[in-house]
Design a protein around this ligand. Structure first.
Ligand SMILES: [Zn+2]
Ligand SMILES: [Zn+2]
Ligand SMILES: [Zn+2]
Length: 217
């Protein structure tokens, strides 16, 4: 009777006597598939002894597999506990890192917001300053026009209102053109005289009486 196991290598095969998986090292296809403990069962031994030995073998195998199974269970439990501990530690780390990143992110946003606000404020201030200079320039022009064209007191008992340029009030185009701006001009003038007198930058033209008075002092 031959077997189909590979030759000249260590293999595990079911012993045909005890039926347990046993180590074999076959050198011939005609080798008996009977383990070393069972070799003497093939002779003329009594079947009681053979059966007793098989029972002992199986009992020992079962006990050993129970032990290794219990060990495996214990090892697995320990691994699971260790993994739970690792996972808890990792979750803590993730939470800490998330908080850190969130904090830095919002700090960054605050910084950017601050810069933008600064920039916007600076731009607005620059625009306001430009607008103020343009208003000063225009108002100085209107002031010069107004100096030449304003209502003068009636002279020679004449009831007719005259423009300071000599034309009658109704016929001076320049006077008519600046009429709607006279109140704004007065306000601007008042504000800029105050600036001048407090030593600050003002938009009054050089020939304005307040500027001339300041120079004389
Ligand atoms: Zn055997
Ligand atoms: Zn046997
Ligand atoms: Zn006039």
């Amino acid at each position: 009777m031959t077997h189909a196991y590979p030759l000249h290598v260590d293999v595990e095969a079911a012993c045909l006597c005890c039926l347990a998986p046993q180590p074999f090292h076959f050198t011939s296809l005609s080798d008996q598939v009977v383990c070393s403990k069972c070799v003497h069962h093939l002779g003329t031994e009594k079947s009681e002894r053979r059966d007793l030995e098989h029972v002992k073998l199986w009992a020992a195998r079962w006990a050993s597999s129970e032990t290794s199974h219990a060990e495996y269970i214990a090892e697995t439990d320990a691994l699971l506990v260790a993994r739970d501990t690792d996972l808890t530690a990792l979750r803590d780390q993730v939470a800490k890192l998330s908080a850190l990143v969130a904090g830095q992110f919002s700090a960054g946003i605050e910084g950017v917001r601050g810069l933008l606000q600064n920039d916007l404020v600076k731009r607005a201030e620059r625009n306001t300053e430009l607008a103020r200079r343009q208003i000063d320039w225009a108002m100085a022009g209107i002031w010069r026009t107004e100096a030449l064209h304003h209502d003068s007191a009636p002279q020679n008992n004449s009831a007719a209102q005259k423009c300071s340029c000599g034309r009658t009030a109704g016929s001076c185009a320049e006077s008519a053109a600046i009429d709607p701006l006279r109140q704004a001009l007065r306000d601007w003038e008042k504000k800029n005289v105050a600036l001048l007198q407090s030593g600050r930058r003002h938009g009054l033209p050089g020939e304005h009486p307040a500027v001339l008075a300041q120079r004389i002092r």
